[in-house]
Design a protein around this ligand. Structure first.
Ligand code: UD1
Ligand code: CA
Length: 451
């Protein structure tokens, strides 16, 4: 089987400079979702029909299994499929749409099975309000006879509630023959792909229909409003899957996955969290409200308190991060590490039991075990041109408001007095302090304003 994805529509109603099929759904372009479902069927080739100015689409998705075909003028869905025909040599062709992103691989597999060999299979659904869609017309025996587009349909035909989703599987050689014979003498002056159904029936080819697993799957995107509806449908499904797996979601409607989320047992996720990229939460992990987690791995029993932003980090077991923590790429936290409010960590490692509980910046540092980093500590890792590392030995105590001017090393068990500006290495086990001596002046008086 080969797949043709129609994606030439300009999507004017999106009112965006971004081509429609590049608009994001759950953090990925619409077309990426369709391609993923298509690839799950393991087709020989995927042919994407793109429109004028669609080079951005091509650049974004170029891959060896995709053939790109430009349809410069949009003369209809039949014409669009025709553009792909010279590139098709398989036995069967499936037609999908770049702006129908929720279509599932299992629905497509079912449709392909219904088509079998030598038959035409259409994906159809019954809608309470079928307006705008092509209607599936059947004879007295329930056999499909043709599809009537809304604009061409009679009053009686418009009463039919079974509609054409547009998705179909056809024998390629017959498709070639049928498409060569369709015309554009209809209400819209377009070459309708749907006209192949009448031709199949005329030729005595069986036309079968299949329904999607979920009616949402065939929703199309033409406006930002429809995109928002589809986004919620996608997220609702993702939430349902997690709930089925035993994850506690404070509110399934206030939860967004824009990538892949893997959860262990008894994970709890509070409201308004966003998960991007690949996120793994170990057993018993608790994520507080309003957190954004991107490409992170969190060990069992750890807790992320509200309003934390974690990106590109790995965390051990029983850690506590946040509230209001910012963890940036390249951060690795050992077991039992505590990171508190307004602490930023970048490209650094913390060994087990170390703490930075308040207001600190730790960048390009290797922090040993059981280290205490006080409030207001800053690694001065950047001299305006280069970045340097800071090494802190096990059991060190870094007093508040200390600047660690990298490159610099702090020995095991060292103590840095509050307010120190450390420019040279601090020896292990000693107190190091750089601070002007405190003095008090008895008899000193404040200046007074001149008369
Ligand atoms: C089409 C079907 C209709 C079905 C409906 C489902 C036809 C004639 N009608 O109607 O039976 O109920 O979809 O949504 O097929 N496209 C191209 N090139 C073109 C024309 C369209 O690539 O020349 C693409 C569009 O980008 C879009 C899709 O094909 O993704 C459907 O085109 P559209 O014009 O929206 O079809 P409908 O009129 O909605
Ligand atoms: Ca100071």
């Amino acid at each position: 089987m080969e797949v043709v994805i129609l994606a030439a529509g300009q999507g004017k109603r999106m009112r965006s400079v971004l081509p429609k099929v590049l608009q994001p759904l759950a953090g990925k372009p619409l077309l990426a979702h369709v391609l993923a479902s298509a690839r799950a069927l393991d087709p020989r080739r995927i042919c994407v029909v793109y429109g004028h100015g669609g080079e951005a689409v091509r650049a974004r998705f170029d891959a060896p299994d995709i053939v790109w075909v430009e349809q410069s003028a949009q003369l209809g869905t039949g014409h669009a499929v025709q553009q792909a025909l010279p590139h098709l040599s398989g036995e069967r062709t499936m037609v999908l749409y770049g702006d129908v992103p929720l279509i599932g691989a299992s629905t497509l597999a079912r449709l392909a099975a219904a088509a079998g060999r030598g038959r035409l299979a259409l994906l159809t659904v019954e809608l309470d309000d079928p307006s705008g869609y092509g209607r599936i017309l059947r004879d007295a025996n329930g056999r499909v006879t043709r599809i009537a587009e809304e604009k061409d349909a009679s009053r009686d035909e418009r009463l039919v509630r079974e509609i054409n989703t547009g998705i179909l599987v056809a024998p390629t050689d017959m498709l070639r023959d049928w498409l060569a014979r369709i015309g554009n003498g209809n209400a819209q002056g377009e070459y309708y792909l749907t006209d192949i159904v009448g031709l199949a029936v005329e030729a005595g080819i069986e036309v079968l229909t299949a329904a999607p697993g979920d009616a949402d799957e065939t929703l199309g995107v033409n406006s930002k409003e429809q995109l928002a509806v589809i986004e919620r449908a996608y997220q609702a499904r993702a939430a349902r899957r997690l709930l089925d797996d035993g994850v506690t979601l404070a509110d399934p409607a206030r939860f967004d996955v824009r990538g892949e989320l893997f959860c262990g047992r008894d994970v709890e996720i509070d409201v308004n969290c966003v998960f991007e990229g690949r996120v793994e939460l170990g057993d018993g992990v608790i994520v507080g409200a309003n957190c954004v987690l991107r490409d992170v791995r969190i060990g069992a029993g750890s807790r992320v308190a509200p309003f934390s932003h974690l990106d590109g980090a790995a965390m051990g077991e029983a850690c506590v991060v946040g509230p209001y923590a910012r963890i940036r790429p390249g951060t690795v936290l050992g077991d039992g590490v505590h990171v508190g409010n307004f602490v930023e960590i970048k490209n650094s490692s913390f060994a087990e039991q170390s703490k930075a509980n308040h207001l600190a910046y730790v960048g390009d540092a290797d922090v040993g075990a059981r280290v205490n980093i006080g409030a207001g500590v800053i690694t001065c890792n950047y001299d305006g041109a280069n970045k340097y590392r800071t090494e802190i030995g096990d059991d060190a105590f870094i007093g508040s408001d200390t600047q660690l001017v990298a490159p610099v090393r702090i020995g095991r068990g060292a103590t840095l007095g509050a307010g120190t500006t450390l420019t040279r290495d601090a020896p292990p086990g000693q107190l190091t302090i750089s601070r002007a001596r405190q003095q008090s002046y008895a008899g000193w008086t404040r200046p007074e304003k001149k008369k």
